[in-house]
Ligand binder design. Sequence first.
Ligand SMILES: [Zn+2]
Ligand SMILES: [Zn+2]
Length: 211
Amino acid sequence: MGDQVELRCRCGEVRALVSGASPRTVNRVVCYCDDCQAFAHRIGRADLLNSQGGSDIVQLAPASLTFLQGQHRIVGLRLAPKGLFRWYASCCNTPVGNTLTPAIPFVGIVAQAFDHATHRADDVFGPPTGAILGKYAIGEPPAGSTGLNLPLLLRAIGKVLGWRLRGKAWPHPFFRKGKGEPAYPVTVLSREEREALRPLCGPNPAAGAAR
Ligand SMILES: [Zn+2]
Ligand SMILES: [Zn+2]
C-alpha cells in the first residue's frame, strides 16, 4: 500500500509526512502554466522550475499529508482572488502544497520537496506521467504537453473523486474542518502585483534576468 515519505522545506524547519506514498496513490505531472511559473518567481524560487519553466508536481490526497513541525511558518499565496491556494514555508520559501478549497480535495506538491539524501521523489512516486499546459513552456513545448491529454485528465479527475468518496479530503492539512477556512494566513496578490510577474514567465519571458 505504499510507504511513508517525508516532505521537508529546504531549510528543514517545516516537515511533514505523506502516508501510503506510491506511484499508484498519486498523480505526478509537470505543469508549464504561467501561474506556477509566476508563483515560483514571486517567492524567489525559480530554481525549482525546469529549464523550460515547468513545475514537477505530485498530487496526493489531503488526508495523506500531515505536518509534523514548523506549521507556524506556513503561509498561503493566491495570484488572484479566486486562484489556487499556493502554500509555502516562509522560512526558506519552499512550496509545500497547492490546493483549491477542500470541496475539490487534492494537494499538489513540488517533487523536489521529497528529494532527500536517502531517496528521491522518483524512487517513491515514479517519474512524471505527463506534462500539461506546454503552451506556456519556454522554448519548444515538450512533446504531448500542449493538447488535451485525456488519459491524464481522466486519471486526475478519478483520483480526486476517489479521495472525496473514500473520505480522504479530511483532515485537510491546510483548512479547518467546519467552515473550511484556511488554517494559515493567506495573501492575495493585487492585479498589479500579478501583472508584474508576467515578463518573467513563459512562453516568451521578456526579462532576461529570469534565471
Ligand atoms: Zn524552511
Ligand atoms: Zn501550473
